[in-house]
Ligand binder design. Structure first.
Ligand SMILES: *Cc1c(COP(=O)(O)O)cnc(C)c1O
Length: 477
């Protein structure tokens, strides 16, 4: 008998695998269908390896040894398949509101609110007093109005949707005046000219890149004009010889011409950030107060809540927007409303906001506290990874992230890792280390700068978790 025939005979049958005591537990966990499919696939891979005279990935000195390895493989594959693709990571990038890492972390109150309605029917669009159909915006309207001074509110999937919906509702087939200095692109896929086109509005640029005056808007108003728009230049700054038109002036010009005015605020904070030692950002209240008719802002940037786009302002305009069929396509679900309502409630008690809102906790964290954390981690990190990298504590700068100026940085403290590498290998050692960090049971995402890994500790809540992960990392070297 040939050697490969011998090996074929070592392979278990599908039935033997499925009926074994070891697999019963797997079937219980993952279901018979997936386990049968994994078994068939693994068997056919092994058969192909034997037929091609390749070395088997499993031990094949005896039927028993091969069976044991087979079950191990099966278990690994079943576990890997059932692992969520969406997983928690440790954000040590220093960018607090990181779009790619899910932006704001929800406060416990929001998570409780989601949990309390997730598995039951709720009055999402049901008026409990009248016993008839209600409006999903009603759960948020009063709160947003109270906090911002707006007359009415509607909420959609994100701020990009809010801008699209508002433009389409107020200015379809009409022209929208906007300063040349405010034609922003945010994260590549949101560009004002493109959104304008999607909304069937005509973009009319006024002024110049660095200087726009009220007269530029005034001179451009004609019978086709539908809206005067201001966009918060959230991710860049025009510096030097500059001039912009204040919201109040633009709002007044719009009123004089019986046109609506709107400001896309992007980040949209409800509190004075300077009170927490942070760079200034315009508040939603201040824009409403300036007389601008509508403000759009994100739920998951500086507000610190779930992904959402909030349109707040004049009642007649909000009603117009709510009648647009696009609203139906862009509306938020009950989980978002539950979380957003809970987050907004926290703003009613500003004194405790920093304690309760993770975003503000991280943004306003004192540098001295981060430094103490770094100093306490340093000796342990060196002990674990001294053979992998030279490690030191360095001063660095965190960024607020999406919707705040990249120039507005906040001082922070980091662990800096310089991989130990042979000459000419430092680039690949750096890449390897970053890759290893990303492959941990809780992936660690860091910033790479100038041949070094910077672990900004501003957003680290659990010292113990980081040490556990560095221990896991050490086993790879
Ligand atoms: C972030 C931002 C947007 C897009 O908001 P999303 O919540 O990402 O949809 C639009 N406009 C401005 C000015 C922004 O800063």
């Amino acid at each position: 008998m040939s050697e490969s025939n011998e090996k074929f005979r070592l392979l278990p049958s599908v039935d033997r695998v499925l009926q074994s005591a070891e697999v019963a537990e797997l079937i219980d966990l993952y279901g018979v269908g997936p386990i049968k499919a994994h078994t068939r696939k693994l068997l056919s891979e092994l058969r192909a390896q034997i037929a091609a005279n390749k070395l088997l990935a499993l031990r094949c000195d005896s039927e028993q040894a091969l069976f044991e390895d087979f079950i191990k493989q099966l278990t690994l594959r079943a576990q890997a398949q059932s692992m969520s693709s969406l997983r928690p990571v440790l954000n040590l990038t220093g960018t607090v509101v990181h779009t790619n890492l899910g932006r704001a972390q929800l406060p416990a109150e929001a998570i409780a609110a989601i949990a309390s309605i997730a598995d039951q029917a709720c009055n999402l669009e049901y008026d409990l007093q009248q016993g008839r159909r209600g409006d999903r915006d009603s759960h948020l309207e009063q709160l947003v109005c109270e906090l911002t001074g707006a007359e009415a509110v509607t909420v959609v999937n994100n701020n990009a949707a809010a801008v699209l919906l508002a433009l389409n509702s107020l200015a379809a087939q009409k022209s929208v005046l906007i300063s040349r200095g405010e034609l922003v692109e945010i994260g590549g896929s949101f560009r004002i000219p493109d959104v304008m086109r999607s909304a069937h509005a005509h973009l009319v640029e006024v002024g110049t890149t660095n200087r726009t005056h009220l007269s530029d808007y005034a001179n451009a108003i004609d019978k086709d004009t539908g809206l005067l728009l201001k966009v918060h230049t959230s991710n860049y700054a025009v510096q030097g010889f500059t001039a912009t038109v204040a919201e109040a002036e633009l709002a007044q010009l719009a009123r004089q011409n019986e046109l609506p005015s709107m400001a896309d605020l992007g980040s949209g904070t409800l509190i004075d950030l300077t009170a927490y030692g942070l760079p200034p950002e315009p508040t939603v209240q201040s824009i409403i107060e300036s007389g601008i008719d509508l403000v759009t802002f994100s739920g998951d940037k500086l507000l610190g809540g779930p992904q959402a786009g909030i349109i707040a302002g004049k009642k007649s305009l909000v009603e117009l927007i709510k009648r647009n069929p696009l609203k139906r396509a862009l509306r938020v679900d009950k989980l978002t409303i539950a979380a957003l309502e809970a987050v907004l409630h926290l703003y009613r008690d500003p004194d405790r906001l920093q304690k309760r809102l993770p975003l503000l906790r991280d943004l306003a964290r004192p540098v001295a506290e981060i430094e103490m954390l770094a100093e306490s981690l340093l000796p342990l990190a060196r002990e674990l990874l001294g053979h992998v990298a030279t490690i030191r504590v360095v001063s660095t700068h965190s960024q607020i992230g999406s919707g705040a100026l990249p120039l507005d940085v906040i001082p922070s403290v980091a662990l800096e890792l310089t991989p130990i590498a042979e000459k000419g290998q430092s680039d690949s050692a750096l890449k390897d280390l970053a890759q290893n960090l990303r492959s941990l049971s809780r992936p660690i995402i860091v910033r790479i700068h100038d041949g070094k890994l910077i672990m900004d500790l501003r957003c680290l809540q659990s010292e113990e978790l980081l040490l556990d992960l560095l221990t896991e990392l050490a086993t790879r070297y």
